[in-house]
Design a protein around this ligand. Sequence first.
Ligand SMILES: Cc1ncc(COP(=O)(O)O)c(C=O)c1O
Length: 409
Amino acid sequence: MPYLDHAATTPVDPRVHRRMALCMEREGTFGNPSSTHSWGRAAAALVDEAAGQVAGLVNADSAGMVWTSGATEADNLAILGAARFAANRQRGRHVISARTEHAAVLEPLQQLEREGMEVTLLPPETDGSVTADAVAAALRDDTVLVSLMHVNNETGTVHDIAGIGEVLRDHPARFHVDAAQSAGRLLIDAEGWGVDLLSLSAHKVYGPKGVGALWVRRRPRVRLEPLLFGGGQQGGVRPGTLAPHLIAGMGEACAIAAEQLPAEGPRLAALRQRLLDRLLALDAVVLNGQRDGCPHVLNLSFGCVNGDALQAELEGLGVSAGSACSSSEQGPSHVLRALGVPDALAHSSLRFSPGRWTTEADVDRAASLVAMAVERLRAFSPAWREFVQGANLVELYGVNPGRGHASKE
Ligand SMILES: Cc1ncc(COP(=O)(O)O)c(C=O)c1O
């Protein structure tokens, strides 16, 4: 059965695995990078090399790489660290973000509110994006941080990070971008776009779980309040003994991703388009997000189908259901809700996410399995009977006709 859930996580590339194995054993680079002897120096050199590889993927200065346990920690460090640093120096207490952000951003923002800061969560456009104009309109003299993701993990919607960076160019607010989903799928120019803080995760780019990075701009220097206190590693911003095998794995994964990006981006985009064409050929299917969104994420709602039953039918297929896109989320996804997708349609949505080893045959197999499941379930659906008799999705669900693209309305 095809695995089409690479936005959730990816398998480790065998080249990455080999690199990691070389770091762990007695003959390998197992030393503590903080040690001053040759074992330590070898491990520190490995970490430096990895910083260069990660920085190369996102066009950033490698000296700003802060290693974390993943993008969740990177987001927390960026948001809590930058906002508290500014607030502690009376520079302001206002933060801008969006309703469609990942929980790893929204929850630290809630924490900031508990600490007395004011958070503006921008509503998205109908395609899920937040525009540079919307950011400009929300910006205030006391805004200290703007945090927006590059690519949305549920819909694949791409934010205009360059345009938003331009809006912020002459404003002192720090600009944080969660690039966990875009790394290795789209070009990233952290330096050129005026990004101050960039979150990355290794396991989304065929690297190991348990490691990520927060890139922190050095020129001009961006300062953060740390979340952890300890041995002073990483300039005290994120102390704790570094894990050379994980970091080397992340470095290798990013180097491979950078090398493959020019060919892999268009290949994934073609697979996404193929899937979209096949599934939009079914009636009453709505695209959630942008038609030309990030090449590895496609989110569709299947009208007149019970979401629970659809999930049960497709148990063996590696796709994500839109009803609960994170382990902490109970009801329909907050992202689809923010886009105005009615709960019943959000409940019957699926996220397809092709990856490095996905073939056209995988996509075709997934499309035919989904089509068969949808047709089977519609045979029992009163809403489908109404649809066939001429009712449209607006009448059935109250869906905003200006939103997304339905195949038949
Ligand atoms: C956009 C986004 N941010 C943050 C995360 C969290 O990443 P990690 O699993 O590395 O903590 C994810 C992964 O689910 C994500 O998609």
